[in-house]
Design a protein around this ligand. Sequence first.
Ligand SMILES: Cc1cc2nc3c(=O)[nH]c(=O)nc-3n(C[C@H](O)[C@H](O)[C@H](O)COP(=O)(O)OP(=O)(O)OC[C@H]3O[C@@H](n4cnc5c(N)ncnc54)[C@H](O)[C@@H]3O)c2cc1C
Length: 426
Amino acid sequence: MKTVPYWTDNTPKPAGITADDLPTERLDAVIIGAGVTGLTAARRLADLGKTVLVVDAMEIGSAASAINGGQLNYGLKPGLATLEKRYGSETTHALWDASLEAIDLAERIIREDGFDAGFRRAGAVSLGYHDSSRAKAHATSGMLREKYGFNTTVYEGDDLHSVIGSDLFTVALVSEVDGAVDPAKYNFGLAAAVAGRGVPIIEGCEVTGIRRVGDEYVVSTTKGAVRSGDVLLATNGYTPKDLVPSVRRQVVPIGSYMVATVPLPAETLDRLLPGNRVYWTQRRFLNYFRRSDDDRLLLGGRPNLSPNLDLTEVAAGMQTAIGEIFPELSGVEITHVWGGKLAATFDLMPHLGRTDDGVWYAVGYGGHGMSLATYLGTNVGDLIGGATDDSPFLGLRHPTRFYYRGDPWFLGAGGLAFRALDRIGR
Ligand SMILES: Cc1cc2nc3c(=O)[nH]c(=O)nc-3n(C[C@H](O)[C@H](O)[C@H](O)COP(=O)(O)OP(=O)(O)OC[C@H]3O[C@@H](n4cnc5c(N)ncnc54)[C@H](O)[C@@H]3O)c2cc1C
């Protein structure tokens, strides 16, 4: 069993997408983080004629953007009723529309820049475990149709097997708009598209300080310093503790883990995952899964909230989860196990804004960053580049907690509480 991501093992980083030396001239924008957020922002800024530099502390493809479940889902993490109560109906509708536009945007970027990211409109299946999940699914489906004009289909009883070959669930809520990508191909394709616009992407280049001097910033890195008119923090689950403390206090890094099985007979997967959609379970400690192009089952989740778990133990837990969902796959061989970090916020919303010092940030997608990072990255590119002054995400409150200074000491207790709520189906 390899402890590397299946995705980047299958699609290694292409040559020629990174640069070595920091530019010496003053830039319009420095982007910190070469994931989906940073690269879509850089792409947009380059199209607006701005001079841009992207730096990343790690190698491109090591962080969450290249190694995730590859699901591009509609909606936001908080329920629409919560959002309406918090922000009002107009803003909630704008946020909802943005979540759908995000999937279209990813599809458009891939098409316009002409790279293969394995994109398909897979559709998604959300799976409930409890008797009470049925009524909730019908209520959600009805509300989405009536208030948002959005169609979903509820499957239960004998019909369930037409969307999932498992007896573990009581109900499935199926939507057709969700996309699936190969995340490594998407991340590398975006990087190639950005590099092709003449933007240097420098990896192994950690930003260690951002200092405002007059109307510009001096960005210090492990490879030297650069001057820039704007700075974007696109560091999500990898946001350092001390670089921009006010942003780090908004995001809690959380681990998410995945496994890939050996290739399975195509007929087995046709039966277990009919329609070849993407799937997730309705729990706080959810599982998400899908089929790979080479007929593996890829399954993700987390046994608790820690980003530093032992991967061998994670793989054993995931193997058990696979057996619970699909008993005929009990003990199936796992070939890859890996993990990465996502960023949770206290309001479960992505945060787009500027610090008191004017540093831009777009972070905090939870497990929902593939489509939303594409949207917020592009949107913040437009904002920095002056193409718009508008975003449904701009101006929302970004809460932290008085007890959180960037050290998430409460993850253990939080995980126990979440697991208890999952057990009772709340
Ligand atoms: C296992 C897993 C499965 C997931 N599955 C899904 C899914 O199916 N669908 C979905 O929508 N979302 C999913 N997510 C979440 C999604 O991957 C993220 O929300 C998204 O990739 C965030 O993109 P990003 O560009 O903002 O950040 P990232 O891709 O995390 O990139 C941040 C970058 O910032 C860099 N950085 C940090 N500090 C510095 C510094 N000081 N100097 C320079 N660089 C720095 C890091 O090195 C990193 O490369 C998953 C996440 C994980 C871990």
